[in-house]
Design a protein around this ligand. Structure first.
Ligand SMILES: [Zn+2]
Length: 278
């Protein structure tokens, strides 16, 4: 599932590719991707409008339109946003095709159809998308100070991995980056948030910011399922830099004594080093 670094990679490419372009036509196939409004309402709000900017909030892409509306895109499990030429063969599972007046298309491809697209107006966006209004701080777009971060940790008496992946506290983190962040910080996934020393809080804070920026630099992570690709269909490279995620039984890069362990946490696999993380 794409997390903050993958969505940010797409945001940056989309900003270069789509801003300033005017939409000529919109095609919607199936009923899953556009499900909060009718296909007709969706298409009519996009027809003839120009894209003025692309923002990101957590894992959501917010495409600003010159009509004042916002096109919201959430990739969820397997959604892909791809640029294409109109003559390119349309891949299977293409649910939305946006064609620009200058030529070129944006296509939304999604085999598992959990992803979605819809157009919201700024006045009703908080009611239309309550989960967007409830998102916590974005550690790349709007980072808080380490002191505020420490306050958040102390106020939530919960396990560290649950804290990091709670979208209402920090927006954009999922299973992969939570594990990588905790390894770099030297902290176990099941440590309680209110048990951290000041030094550990600072280490975790630094690890959140640095891990995410590093992952963005490498274009995010593409796992063996190859579901995440960027706007040009290219996989990310950060998986080559993963220190724990999907490295069960492989030697720890830091201590070189233990092998990476795998545990179940909240129904998901969690990777960590028994020796390096306390
Ligand atoms: Zn280790």
């Amino acid at each position: 599932m794409p997390e903050l670094p993958e969505v940010e990679t797409i945001r940056r490419e989309l900003e270069r590719e789509a801003v300033g372009k005017k939409i000529k036509a919109v095609e919607v196939h199936g009923t899953r991707t556009v499900r909060r409004q009718t296909k007709k309402a969706f298409a009519s709000k996009l027809d003839g409008v120009k894209i003025t900017g692309v923002e990101r909030k957590g894992k959501y892409l917010l495409v600003r339109l010159d009509s004042g509306d916002v096109l919201i895109v959430h990739l969820r499990m397997s959604g892909q946003l791809l640029r294409a030429a109109a003559k390119d063969p349309v891949p299977k599972h293409t649910h939305v095709i946006i064609t620009f007046t200058v030529g070129g298309q944006l296509r939304f491809v999604d085999p598992r159809t959990f992803g979605e697209m819809f157009v919201a107006s700024p006045e009703t966006i908080n009611e239309d998308v309550p989960e967007l209004a409830e998102l916590g701080f974005d550690p790349v777009e709007q980072p808080v100070s380490w002191q505020t971060f420490g306050q958040l940790l102390r106020n939530h008496k919960m396990k560290l991995k649950a804290f990091l992946t709670d979208q209402t506290i920090i927006a954009g983190l999922g299973n992969i980056y939570a594990d990588e962040i905790l390894f770099t910080a030297g902290l176990r996934y099941d440590r309680m948030t209110d048990s951290l020393s000041t030094q550990e809080i600072r280490r975790l804070y630094r690890s959140v910011v640095e891990t995410l920026h590093d992952a963005i630099k490498y274009g995010g992570s593409t796992l063996s399922d190859e579901q995440y690709v960027d706007l040009n269909g290219k996989p990310g490279e950060y998986q080559e830099h993963h220190k724990v995620y999907d490295r069960e039984k492989l030697p720890c890069f830091r201590c070189r004594r233990a092998n990476i362990s795998k545990a179940k946490f909240a129904g998901r696999s969690t990777y960590y080093c028994e020796l390096c993380q306390v």
